[in-house]
Design a protein around this ligand. Sequence first.
Ligand SMILES: Nc1nc2c(c(=O)[nH]1)N[C@H]1C(S)=C(S)[C@@H](COP(=O)(O)OP(=O)(O)OC[C@H]3O[C@@H](n4cnc5c(=O)[nH]c(N)nc54)[C@H](O)[C@@H]3O)O[C@H]1N2
Ligand SMILES: Nc1nc2c(c(=O)[nH]1)N[C@H]1C(S)=C(S)[C@@H](COP(=O)(O)OP(=O)(O)OC[C@H]3O[C@@H](n4cnc5c(=O)[nH]c(N)nc54)[C@H](O)[C@@H]3O)O[C@H]1N2
Ligand code: SF4
Ligand SMILES: [Mo]
Length: 683
Amino acid sequence: MSSYTEQANGVFPSVCSLDCPDQCGLLVHKQDHRIVKIEGDPSHPVTQGAICNKVRNMTARIYDEKRLQYPLRRTGPKGSGQFERISWEEAVEEITSRWKKLIAEEGPESILPYSFYGNMGRINTEGMGRRFFNRMNASRLIYSICEAAGTVGYGFTMGGSYGVDPEDTVHAKVIIMWGINAVSTNMHQVTLAEKARKNGAKVVVIDVHRNRTAKWGDWFIPIQPGTDAALALGMMHVLFDEHLVDEAFMKRYTVGHEELREHVKTYTPEFVSAITGVPAEDIVGLARMYGTVDGAAFIRIGNGPQHHDNGGMTTRTISCLPALTGQWLKKGGGAIKGNGGHLALNRSALERSNLKPRDAVHPRSINMNLIGSALLELERPISSLYVYNANPAVVAPQAGKVREGLAREDLFTVVHELFMTETAKYADIVLPATSAFENTDLYSSYWHHYVQIQEPVIAPYGESKSNADVFRLLAQAMGYGDDALRDGDLAMIDQALDNPNNPNLQGITAALLQERQFAKAEVKPILPGKLRTPSGRIELYSASMERQGFPALPTYVPLVDDGPYPFLFIPTANHNFLNSTFSHNGKHAAMEKSPKLYMNAADAGSLGILDGDAVRVWNGRGECELTAVVGEDVLPGVVVSQGLWADGAARKAVVNALTPDRVADMGQGATFFSGRVGVARAV
Ligand SMILES: Nc1nc2c(c(=O)[nH]1)N[C@H]1C(S)=C(S)[C@@H](COP(=O)(O)OP(=O)(O)OC[C@H]3O[C@@H](n4cnc5c(=O)[nH]c(N)nc54)[C@H](O)[C@@H]3O)O[C@H]1N2
Ligand SMILES: Nc1nc2c(c(=O)[nH]1)N[C@H]1C(S)=C(S)[C@@H](COP(=O)(O)OP(=O)(O)OC[C@H]3O[C@@H](n4cnc5c(=O)[nH]c(N)nc54)[C@H](O)[C@@H]3O)O[C@H]1N2
Ligand code: SF4
Ligand SMILES: [Mo]
């Protein structure tokens, strides 16, 4: 235990562990060994003392009476949530004896780890767990549920997850929030934009929903879902047509600007307006605003464009815009999709894929977006599933299929969790997890440029254990003697930070972080310099895309036909939860009130639906029941929900019962926002 845990009272530095770009520095206040208050660290340059409502109320989650304290064994049918308390020894013995038998009879590929970033600490997500399953040579998971499609698309243009330093965006004069509900999901980008606004910046919000961010911006542009690439191409058309492009920049730093100039000739404002629903004069106005700005223009690209069938290509297309007007040379100009590349850790040292037994065949990989089908349809079945840092029964597409898979009697499921989530209810064994405040870990943001350390502030709750500690125990019981499976947390942090391929992290060590709590990586601006694209330049024309069967130039590709239902259904994140995290905590659920469906008054009128009515939402995949909010916040033909609600918080509120498990055009990404539904008053 660290010195913090031994002190009964005091204020201790910490990090927010949630899957949120802001990755705030925190101050945790303790009285009598209990956390009594959590606030933003005023000394953290990005956090500046401000944090979101969710985490200000985090103590309600840490000490929620429903938090798991002991290992449990299932006693009732799968999904019923009936369990009995067992000891850690019994739990580890049962898990490892089942696994040893499975490995002998069906091979290690019959076991699948399923995890995501319920905790962003690198040691507890990408560290010991991945080492353990690599050593086992279990089936591998493709981590595609969040940013995959857009990351691949952005990478084709820019060579990887490299964007502008968000702290520089205070200098921008035009800020476009493109398909991101930043007021709820990236609040410090809003704080930075507010500063820019005081210096005269204008904020444009392009979204399918007049949400908190749209209401906050200066100019809200509602758009038909999945058509953003057409809008970006229409802007390019105007920029070329009205000579608002930076020819010298394009010549020096891009590939394919002449081809692009030709290509966008057909994307006239009128043509684009018919696709996007954005009036032609607004397309021209937006392009002129972007092209004539006196200073930098910055685009923050969110999940909106990306969680669609065409999400890769759309993100690729938007990310071409800054190059046309030479934004990348201006302080605060350019874009951010994700900034993970700047802070890249030594992944091979962290995950140790070389722990795989030498003569063993490379295991199969399973796309997490298809977990339902994988559990139900594989010829060589998955016979055991180990879930941590994730809640697939709620967050994965086609929830009906996922749950049918989880209900399989012949599937041995272990879930390591803080709460009895919907997924945990299907487990054979449930293990209690520590909260991040009880762990040692390393944090590197995918948005800002700071690396931070977490040292335990409180002792483990009940008998709970960190992910890394559980994997160390399991490794021992499996008889895996590798040193890498015995490494301590601080040693792993040093291994991860020591990345010869990333000079930005040079000099940052666990000891330095223990002394200073956070350190800024030495990130140089993207340009001037050589990009990690094949040409070393910004690729407006991409030969590698062409080789992979995509159009080489940015292109609008319509959404896939999802069936004969009248509405496009956009189930987004909400303000008071973090994906499904907090949905199990009464205080946060109460702040969010109830799961809603925003719809246009004209649509509601024709269906006889009144504001506040319970509505049934359905398609061929499933159904759910939400409360209608009728008004002008969405365009006709579009319905929007917010939040990934737990079962029982409301009747049938699992929106992912309706979402398709089709994969996006790139990165095998998710298509949460490309499904169609019918809506009717619930009877
Ligand atoms: N409070 C809170 N914060 C969070 C999260 C949370 O659940 N709650 N989740 C975290 C995680 S894991 C992530 S990845 C990020 C996600 O953060 P965001 O990128 O903000 O993701 P979403 O809210 O899912 O969707 C973004 C916006 O896209 C809009 N949209 C949908 N389809 C389209 C479209 O076709 N075009 C356009 N232009 N807009 C569209 C939606 O209306 C929504 O406003 O936030 C993180 N932060
Ligand atoms: N319809 C729809 N679906 C979506 C999205 C959407 O916008 N719309 N967003 C998608 C996105 S962007 C993402 S990133 C995914 C997120 O999906 P998940 O990563 O599954 O996110 P959470 O629902 O937050 O679940 C994380 C779980 O991890 C647990 N946990 C937290 N810390 C620890 C720990 O240290 N150890 C262990 N063992 N467990 C821990 C939490 O209690 C929580 O139950 O959801 C996706 N699903
Ligand atoms: S959820 Fe995001 S905004 Fe809230 S404290 Fe954590 S990092 Fe900061
Ligand atoms: Mo995400």
